[in-house]
Design a protein around this ligand. Structure first.
Ligand SMILES: O=C(O)c1ccccc1N[C@@H]1O[C@H](COP(=O)(O)O)[C@@H](O)[C@H]1O
Length: 219
């Protein structure tokens, strides 16, 4: 299966177009007010229309309630719901049933002990996203540009697709893929010139670097 590349936290028409043009498989939109990438529903609606099936639209939320998810469904009509908070396995099941969309559950990783809860989530989630555990005093649970120890995922025996994120950029994505064996990568800070400000050249370089390692592993 080919590598999935997700560019997250897009917030302008220009940078969304760059990501789509450069071949992103997934484009992520953040609906979480404390984030510098947070979108209003109206901006989300506008950007969602621009995608025109060229990539999968991913709505990133953090412990969102049903009313919030309803509004996001109406505005963006996402293809995937990325749940990046402390949602329980039961809540995942509930969201899948209520909203009828595949869910990608973000799992915070800092030590091997963090992987103990994986089987429960993997039984319900359509995809797992491994991300660095945020520090306790962080204002958001992700999008901080911090990596985790990728070696924790070595020898992972997971029967659902998984992606890796956290502090990725064009220079380290190849190594992250090599160590983790992930089927996809997700980036936000690593393609920004400042928090929330996406950089077209960095987006292109990240997608190029990810595709380069894919080419090598096909050969
Ligand atoms: O991007 C955000 O602001 C954000 C807010 C709340 C939860 C997750 C968020 N981003 C996701 O975090 C990971 C890692 O991002 P980074 O590349 O280290 O900046 C990624 O999946 C983003 O989608």
């Amino acid at each position: 299966m080919s590598l999935l590349v997700k560019i997250c936290g897009l917030s302008t028409r220009e940078t969304l177009e760059v990501a789509l043009d450069a071949g992103a498989d997934m484009v992520g939109f953040v609906f979480f007010p404390p984030s510098p990438r947070h979108l209003s529903l109206e901006v989300g609606r506008d950007l969602g229309r621009q995608v025109k099936k060229r990539a999968l639209k991913v709505a990133l939320t953090v412990d969102a309630d049903d009313a919030t998810l309803d509004n996001i469904m109406d505005a963006l009509s996402p293809d995937i719901l990325q749940l990046h908070g402390k949602e329980s396995v039961a809540r995942l099941r509930d969201i899948k049933q209520k909203f009828g969309r595949p869910v990608m559950k973000a799992m915070p990783v800092e030590t091997a002990a963090d992987l103990a809860v994986l089987p429960g989530y993997a039984a319900v989630a359509d995809r797992i996203l491994f991300d660095a555990r945020a520090p306790k005093d962080a204002t958001r649970p992700g999008g901080l540009g911090a990596p985790f120890d990728w070696h924790l995922l070595e020898n992972l025996d997971l029967h659902v697709p998984y992606m890796v994120s956290g502090g990725l950029h064009a220079e380290n994505v190849a190594e992250a893929l090599r160590v983790t064996g992930a089927g996809g990568v997700d980036v936000s800070s690593g393609v920004e010139s400042a928090p929330g400000v996406k950089d077209p050249e960095m987006i292109k370089a990240f997608i190029r670097a990810s595709r380069a390692i894919q080419e090598l592993s096909v050969r």
